[in-house]
Ligand binder design. Structure first.
Ligand SMILES: Nc1ncnc2c1ncn2[C@@H]1O[C@H](COP(=O)(O)OP(=O)(O)OP(=O)(O)O)[C@@H](O)[C@H]1O
Ligand SMILES: [Mg+2]
Length: 260
């Protein structure tokens, strides 16, 4: 099982939208997908509601010996459907941010991921909250890959350095973690400020800018609200969004060295 975290401490930059679409795309490629929602806003849990299991995300941080896990875990793959399972966000995550050290949360979460892996999933996709908290750091300590959607606005760019530093720092403790890069999201091609910021970023982070960005497309918001991927939205405007998201998913799939 390969694990990807979608992270950026800046809010509203397209993390959940990216995560949900990667999940749908990978599912359609025939992979067995598990999604973990570590954000108490529960946006991914809302869109992927029909895949919800009875396991909630804060349980993954509990210090349960891994031998005790399968009892909970046997139920968390829905037998009817699907190769996709959601471990949804719950309010327990908020307490954990206050109470748990990173050492403890990181160790427990890493163990839990191993147990999840034992359930036969091909890929684990983790959504995170917009903050540099314990849960985000724990996810990065357990993951193989991290992807950071970004907006081409000043406040978003201002935070990038911190995100890059955080990832570099956690890579010292998790050597297998690969930074797949930053995905420009909600890009308005007609906005000269966006074009300028994109140029600046490509100059500053030539290795880290993912070439397949996603435009500012209202059909993406429609899709998330309707709990479907954008390619299920029957509007002409959804076509362009679909092309962009599919290209991004193909890029990520390749970089993760996934096989169908
Ligand atoms: N490419 C896009 N074009 C237009 N709107 C988008 C696009 N991507 C996401 N959105 C909308 O922008 C808002 C923020 O997106 P999203 O929830 O994916 O960001 P986020 O980084 O997960 O936010 P948070 O940090 O709050 O979790 C949502 O309302 C979503 O529907
Ligand atoms: Mg989100």
């Amino acid at each position: 099982m390969k694990t990807l975290v979608v992270a950026n401490q800046k809010g509203g930059v397209g993390k959940t939208s990216t995560l949900v679409h990667l999940a749908f795309d990978f599912l359609e490629r025939g992979l067995k997908v598990v999604v973990i929602d570590l954000d108490t806003q529960a946006n991914a849990s809302y869109t992927l509601q029909s895949f919800r299991s009875n396991l909630v995300a804060s349980e993954l941080f509990a210090a349960v010996p891994s031998s005790a896990w399968p009892q909970t875990a046997t139920d968390f793959t829905d037998p009817n459907t699907q190769r996709m399972t959601l471990i949804g966000s719950d309010i327990g995550l908020a307490n954990l941010e206050k109470k748990m050290s990173l050492a403890e949360a990181g160790a427990n979460f890493r163990e839990a991921i191993k147990t999840v892996e034992g359930q036969g999933f091909d890929v684990c996709l983790i959504d995170t909250a917009p903050s540099l908290g314990v849960t985000m750091a724990a996810a990065l300590l357990a993951a193989d890959y991290v992807l950071s959607p970004i907006e081409l606005e000043a406040y978003s760019i201002q935070g990038i350095k911190q995100m890059v530093t955080t990832i570099a720092h956690l890579r010292k403790a998790n050597h297998k973690l690969k930074f797949l890069g930053m995905v420009p999201s909600k890009v308005d091609a007609r906005n000269p400020r966006h074009a300028r910021h994109l140029e600046e970023l490509e100059r500053a982070y030539p290795q880290l800018m993912i070439p397949t960005g996603v435009g500012l497309r209202s059909s993406i918001a429609d899709a998330l609200a309707s709990r479907v991927p954008v390619w299920k939205i029957r509007k002409t405007a959804a076509r362009k969004a679909t092309q962009e998201i599919r290209a991004l998913a193909a890029h990520v799939f390749e970089k993760m060295e996934m096989t169908q």
